[in-house]
Write a protein that binds this ligand. Sequence first.
Ligand SMILES: C[S@@+](CC[C@H](N)C(=O)[O-])C[C@H]1O[C@@H](n2cnc3c(N)ncnc32)[C@H](O)[C@@H]1O
Length: 223
Amino acid sequence: MAWDLIDTAAVEEGELALYRQNDIFMIRVNGLELMNGFGHQSETVLGRMAVEVAKVPAPHILIGGLGLGYTLAATAAALKGAGRITVAELSGKVIDWFDRHVAPTVLPERPANLTIVPGDIGAFIRRPDVGPFDVTVLDVDNGPEALVSPRNADLYSSVGLQAFASKLTPNGVILLWSAFEAPDFVTRAEGAGFTVTCTALAAVRRPDLLHYAYVLEPNRQRA
Ligand SMILES: C[S@@+](CC[C@H](N)C(=O)[O-])C[C@H]1O[C@@H](n2cnc3c(N)ncnc32)[C@H](O)[C@@H]1O
């Protein structure tokens, strides 16, 4: 079955496009598939993991970005109304598509503890009025390499990671989704002061296709 084009949006980095097949959606950026709803198991696991790795029962979880909302929906389901969820999404168009087309099947009931903020998550966490977060979830590219925007490389730099760390609670962690193993990134994160653990996430229908969740825990000085 073919994908039907629903809408396109010109963004600074090129073109975003939303496609649908019945109730399943796909987003492409400059013709490259960013995400499709047929293969969202690992994004859903990531959303559950965000609650599992939190060290408090009612965490404030920051998710970047929104995409098709599977990570958000899984986090919301696992929190059961506790805590808070803030989503930072670069594209206002993606937020608009989510509200108008995607949410009715992915997140039919908008949780009261949810805030969606348009804009770059790197700029967002540098705002003085923002944070701290118990867990920051990063799924904005295909892994810790810029895809959506060249500027996203800053997010995965030592400086970028330390900026995220500065907006964590004392026991807070960063959780990062990746479509590939990223040993260079692990070395960089360790050099920037994190202990890194990696979990392979098998797709339910494609056990041969692995995605990865990296947990980055700042090395904290003990008194
Ligand atoms: C792979 S999708 C996220 C998939 C999502 N986890 C899900 O369950 O559908 C990546 C999203 O991150 C957004 N994004 C890319 N760069 C960003 C940035 N710097 N700040 C915030 N959002 C960003 C993209 O517009 C896109 O909506």
